[in-house]
Design a protein around this ligand. Structure first.
Ligand code: C2O
Ligand code: CU
Length: 540
């Protein structure tokens, strides 16, 4: 047996074509001891400024020509308060865009109306810093027919956040089926920055899917997909395939979310003009940065200043994902491009672009002249860098090792346990801490001795990326790393960060005063469902 195997070789060697290894979740009651707060029911002392209802339910939507696609979607209503708090994305399975203001108190009643009796679900507000009981911890997942009341104050910076299901073992499937939505926070400070607004402030959610012959989503992970992550052959933008937009000769603010289960994109304009990044996961940068390409991994957000004012009516430009090797080190760094070709072999579908293959994402047609009232701002919003010397663990950063053992991805050698918190997974409220996320080599593992890229996400905090280091004792890492490393935008607030094979990413974060258990995990959703997740607990 070769030391490194491609996805296809693996299937051939084991004959495991359609074994689902996604573990069955532990069903939990809708209240969970030790989580604090008032899980599951409204608090009579909480006075919401806005009250919303979100229902996870089955629906049909037209995506490809012909038969409509059965999807799972969030249907939302404004129960009380500003009707603009909720904006439907018409013609898409994506949930409504929640538009909230910093300082607002929100009550959101989530109801699980999914059509399969074992599909527990719960919503996580990805990027928001809310109390532990309101964070959508997998132990708070509810059964179909039940509901859960969220109550929290929006305290985060203005920015592009999102929400999605978080039941353990079912997240990947539920997101693939359509459950996800954007959550856009605004505040006075960010309103004062002269960026495009209204029709010129545009969400752009990137996802990939596989369709069967009857236009239905195919999600039946074989062992390979469960271990490496789902890759689709159709790119969907805001839920639509082969998307083309008609734009004016103006600047636009593009709010990009990578809502894919596992696919990483290397964003670039097809004509080689630089991307201008104005924001990351936790809101605006201190100043725009220009990049030839930008990496965006599952869970991450990027905001672009996309300026078409210098273009002629009739021009077209494509948003593409450029090729990058080495994110999946099957068959060696150079073979990584080929290695994924056989991945997701389902129903004989062998033409799924590999992780890191070049892809077209979106075509923009400049079809009308409009005067541009805005100028690209020289500065955006101040970002105060953490003073690392003040970190409580400055001499001994918390280390999270990403490894693979017996074909399962682990964090510090451990898999997820619903209610377990190890002694080294406790953290103090209000403390500033340093974390080192170390993407290890996996000597002796049949698959991936040289690891793969993992998008690492921590609930309950926004962090800063302090530095990245690539180990230099494996020459195989260098070419892959060189193909992506100029595309990291690390100067802003983050909640999800791509960690390449052989890389250590140092993070700094100050925990809020939200006592309780939060999860940290890989945002490759098949990895998270497979157990690449742990609890940490903020203690007084
Ligand atoms: Cu967006 Cu725990 O995830
Ligand atoms: Cu991972």
């Amino acid at each position: 047996m070769p030391m490194r195997m491609s996805r296809r070789e693996f299937l051939g060697a084991t004959g495991l074509a359609t074994v689902a290894i996604v573990s069955a979740p532990t069903l939990a009651a809708c209240t969970s001891p030790g989580m604090g707060g008032a899980p599951g029911g409204p608090d009579p002392t909480f006075a919401p400024d806005v009250e919303l209802a979100l229902k996870a339910t089955a629906a049909e939507t037209s995506i490809l020509p012909g038969t409509a696609t059965r999807v799972w979607t969030y249907q939302g209503t404004v129960v009380n308060g500003d009707p603009g708090s909720l904006q439907v994305v018409s013609g898409s399975y994506l949930g409504p865009i929640l538009r909230l203001r910093r300082g607002q108190k929100v009550r959101i009643t989530f109801s699980n109306d999914l059509p399969e009796s074992q599909q527990t679900s719960i919503i996580h507000w990805h990027g928001l810093q809310v109390p532990a009981a309101m964070d959508g911890h997998p132990s708070t997942a509810i059964l179909p027919g039940q509901s859960f009341v969220y109550e929290f104050e929006v305290t985060d910076r203005a920015g592009t956040y999102w929400f999605h299901p978080h039941p353990h073992g079912y997240t990947a499937r539920q997101v693939n089926a359509g459950l996800a939505g954007l959550l856009i926070v605004s505040d006075d400070e960010s309103d004062a920055v002269a960026l495009p607004t209204g029709d010129y402030d545009v969400p752009l959610v990137l996802q990939d899917r596989i369709f069967d012959d009857d236009n239905q989503f195919m999600y039946a992970p074989n062992m390979m997909t469960a271990m490496m992550g789902f890759l689709g052959d159709h790119i969907l933008v805001n839920g639509r395939p082969n998307d083309t937009w008609s734009l004016a000769t103006r600047a636009y603010r593009l709010r990009i979310l990578n809502g894919s289960n596992a696919r990483i994109y290397k964003l670039a304009w097809s004509d080689g003009s630089p991307l201008v990044v104005v924001g990351t996961d936790g809101g605006l940068l201190d100043a725009p940065v220009e990049r030839d390409y930008v990496m965006i991994a599952p869970g991450e957000r990027l905001e672009l200043w996309a300026d078409f004012s210098g273009r002629a009516v009739g021009d077209a430009v494509r948003l593409i994902s450029q090729a990058f090797p080495g994110a999946e080190n099957v068959g060696g760094a150079a073979g990584g491009m080929m290695g994924g070709m056989g991945g997701n072999m389902m129903g004989g579908n062998t033409d799924i672009p590999a992780l890191g293959a070049e892809q077209d994402l979106l075509t923009l047609h400049i079809d009308r002249q409009e005067a541009e009232p805005l100028q690209r701002p020289a500065t955006l919003l101040p970002i105060v860098r953490h003073a690392l010397a003040e970190a409580v663990n400055v001499d001994q950063p918390r280390t999270i090792a990403i490894t693979q053992q017996h074909m399962a991805w682990k964090l510090n050698g451990r898999a997820f346990e619903m209610n377990a918190v190890a002694d080294d997974e406790k953290a103090s409220a209000d403390a500033l801490e340093i974390w080192d996320i170390v993407n290890e080599v996996n000597p002796g593992e049949m698959m991936d001795p040289l690891g793969m890229a993992h998008p690492f996400h921590i609930h309950g905090v926004q962090f800063q990326v302090v530095e990245r280091t690539l180990r230099d004792d494996y020459a195989e890492f260098a070419p892959g790393y060189a193909s992506v490393s100029a595309g990291f935008v690390d100067g802003g607030w983050k909640d999800t960060v791509l960690v390449m094979p052989g890389e250590t990413v140092r993070l700094a974060m100050r925990y809020p005063n939200h006592l309780g258990r939060f999860v940290y995990h890989c945002h490759n959703l098949e990895h998270a469902d497979g157990g690449m997740m742990r609890n940490y607990e903020i203690v007084a």
